[in-house]
Design a protein around this ligand. Structure first.
Ligand SMILES: Nc1ncnc2c1ncn2[C@@H]1O[C@H](COP(=O)(O)OP(=O)(O)O)[C@@H](O)[C@H]1O
Ligand SMILES: O=c1ccn([C@@H]2O[C@H](COP(=O)(O)OP(=O)(O)O)[C@@H](O)[C@H]2O)c(=O)[nH]1
Ligand SMILES: [Mg+2]
Length: 239
């Protein structure tokens, strides 16, 4: 629906907008001005998530387990929109948003930012994207995150990936990451691993019990690991 309205916009934008065009620009009733079919009410603002028939994948795993790396391969191969919750938060911090100092300290301590902050950022990205397939990377990190996402978006994930990696391998990768992050140091990564174990594993357990979890051994080369990821989405693509 939303795409069809915008596909009409060249017609609207080339002629001097009449009151009917104004209404169409408001995306209230648009079809009656162009065809005899019954008018379709198009809601103001983005089509609701429910009507967009989205495909949601959560990508979970400890710090350095390879979530971002594998997300890039999934994007290149299957065309998802990649939303890294951590990247969205870092972008907010760089933009000096009013909560930035609070969030910066939370991240420096390896703790989890309040759910409504993260869910709002993810929701905004989904609303403004014309993709219907999302890889939500590094979220939800807690049961509270999970519940907040479902409450605010009305959505549940179709697939949950869990990259299972030994702690010593995760520490090694994070310390070699060289992205200049405030939380990629030995003290913070130890805290993040503790947070992962206490708060994120229950989320992984929740989705495992609901048959949505794909646990992938995250040791090996990036390509070897992706070859274990590929069949998951090839199967979905066929649907
Ligand atoms: N299979 C792998 N083997 C070795 N290093 C890896 C592998 N996958 C990712 N890395 C590297 O480890 C670091 C963490 O990977 P990343 O994808 O950022 O993990 P996460 O998003 O889970 O923290 C990056 O420097 C990345 O290049
Ligand atoms: O939903 C989220 C995702 C990330 N973070 C914070 O952002 C940091 C970095 O997250 P990211 O996923 O980028 O780290 P990675 O696992 O990729 O190293 C985490 O340690 C948390 O402090 C958060 O609070 N909520
Ligand atoms: Mg990451």
């Amino acid at each position: 629906m939303w795409r069809r309205v915008t596909s009409l916009s060249p017609v609207i934008s080339t002629s001097k907008p009449t009151s009917l065009d104004q209404a169409a620009l408001g995306f209230k009733i648009w079809r009656s001005s162009f065809s005899t079919e019954t008018p379709t009410l198009v809601k103001d603002g983005p089509t609701s998530f429910k009507e967009r028939n989205l495909f949601i994948t959560f990508v979970l795993g400890g710090p350095g387990s390879g979530k971002g790396t594998q997300c890039q391969k999934i994007v290149e191969t299957f065309g998802f929109k990649h939303l890294s919750a951590g990247e969205l938060l870092r972008r907010e911090i760089e933009s000096n948003s009013e909560q930035w100092s609070q969030m910066l300290n939370t991240i420096k301590e390896g703790r989890i930012v309040p759910s409504e902050v993260t869910v709002k950022l993810i929701q905004q990205e989904m609303e403004s994207s014309d993709s219907n397939k999302f890889l939500i990377d590094g979220f939800p990190r807690t049961e509270e995150n999970r519940i907040a996402f479902e409450k605010f978006t009305g959505l549940e994930p179709n697939v949950v990936l869990f990259f299972d990696c030994p702690e010593e391998e995760m520490v090694k990768r994070v310390l070699n990451r060289n992205e200049g992050r405030v939380d990629d140091n030995i003290d913070t990564v130890k805290k993040r691993l503790k947070v992962f174990e206490i708060l994120n594993l229950p989320v992984i357990d929740y989705y495992s019990k609901r048959g949505k979890l794909h646990k992938i051994n995250a040791v090996g080369t990036e390509d070897e690991i992706f070859e274990k990821v590929r069949p998951i989405f090839s199967a979905c693509a066929g649907k």
